[in-house]
Design a binder for this molecule. Structure first.
Ligand SMILES: NC(=O)c1ccc[n+]([C@@H]2O[C@H](COP(=O)([O-])OP(=O)(O)OC[C@H]3O[C@@H](n4cnc5c(N)ncnc54)[C@H](O)[C@@H]3O)[C@@H](O)[C@H]2O)c1
Length: 336
């Protein structure tokens, strides 16, 4: 009998790629998404789709019956927005995680793969971040992700469910939402430049990140469902090469598009971490992680996908819960 894999956030960027890979491997795949983010056409053919909100525990138990593995990808992964809409982000990050892990334990899932975030690290004395560092999340999103990790470890240990905490970071690639003004910097820049519009950069643009192409992450994420050495482990997912500034990201995209770049600079957002990258050493050692895609090649594939799908107007779908002089004008004045 084929292995049964359940994926929350299956209409999202990462969830849909994991689903596609699991189908290629011959697994039975099902998943849920409330479509607060993602795109419905991301859900791959062959996967059973439930338009359910993860917060409903009984529904989760019902649709997760008989599942062997769960990839928990659903979240409102809005790090910057979380300082201004903490209720929304915590509800759809921490609260739903507790619901999904409770359901998983309740129905006897063997292994639970939890998608955490680099936001768990906050600002550290050195980069790249290694899994043994003390977590110092500095916004409600990072706090919610880390709280989910702690709750998972606690419940899984008590009730005997295997778990792995995956820490992806700055993923790029086809199927990522590109009409969302609150997240996904590379997608936003591409959507703007393809419309002949200048990108908007927060602060001085000297924030540094390593961008991961989604296929590079998938080669590791797929191993997390079985690999014994990562049981109860935290594992960074993604490259530690090409640590670049947001300014350089804009230059690279503009270069690919032959776009005359003159970015619009706006004040920085509160609590944004300046230098953030994760060491891939543990993933290299335990899982044979290798970066196959250069940033440029990853961006080229992403541009091709967005151009083919068509540029879109940005949609401001969430309420900003705290409006004051710190709220970015990019959102209050709908600058994107
Ligand atoms: N993309 C990245 O760079 C990145 C980096 C670090 C961590 N992560 C984590 O990986 C996971 C996937 O991220 P992504 O980039 O694919 O995001 P995404 O927004 O593309 O996908 C998340 C999906 O979850 C769904 N969702 C949100 N709340 C839900 C709810 N209450 N019930 C059901 N579905 C719900 C959304 O509709 C969306 O389709 C998230 O947990 C995110 O925190 C992503």
């Amino acid at each position: 009998m084929a292995r049964k894999v359940f994926i929350t956030g299956i209409a999202g960027f990462l969830g849909s790629h994991i689903a596609e890979r699991c189908l290629e491997l011959g697994y039975e795949v099902s998943g849920c998404d409330n479509l607060i983010g993602g795109y419905l056409d991301n859900v791959p053919d062959g996967a059973d789709f439930y338009q359910y909100d993860c917060k409903y525990l009984n529904s989760m138990k019902k649709i997760m019956q008989g599942m062997d593995t769960v990839y928990h990808c659903a979240a409102t992964a809005y790090e910057g927005l979380s300082v201004f809409s903490p209720h929304l982000v915590t509800q759809n990050t921490y609260q739903i995680s507790v619901s999904v892990m409770t359901a998983a334990i309740g129905v006897g899932v063997r292994r639970f793969v939890y998608c955490s975030s680099m936001a768990r690290y906050g600002t550290q004395d050195r980069v790249p971040f290694t899994e043994d560092m003390i977590c110092k999340p500095q916004d409600p999103y990072g706090i919610a992700k880390y709280a989910g990790e702690l709750t998972l470890a606690n419940l899984a240990d008590i009730h005997g469910m295997e778990y792995v905490i995956a820490v992806p970071h700055n993923i790029i690639g086809p199927r990522q939402k590109y009409d969302d003004p609150y997240r996904n910097v590379a997608s936003i820049m591409i959507n703007l430049m393809l419309q002949g519009r200048q990108p908007i950069i927060y602060g001085d643009g000297m924030q540094k990140r390593c961008f991961s192409f989604v296929q590079d992450d998938i080669q590791v994420l797929e191993k997390l469902m079985d690999e014994p050495s990562v049981k109860s482990q935290i594992i960074n997912i993604g490259p530690d090469e090409e640590f670049i500034t947001i300014n350089d990201l804009a230059v690279t995209i503009a270069d690919i598009l032959h776009f005359k770049l003159d970015p619009i600079y706006v004040p920085g957002r509160p609590q944004e971490v300046k230098l953030a990258t994760c060491s891939a050493e543990k993933a290299r050692t335990l899982l044979g992680y290798k970066t196959a895609y250069t940033l440029r090649r990853g961006l080229e594939e992403m541009i091709e996908w967005i151009a083919k799908r068509g540029t879109k107007r940005f949609r401001y779908t969430f309420d900003i819960e705290i409006m004051n002089d710190k709220t970015p004008k990019t959102w209050t004045q709908k600058m994107f």
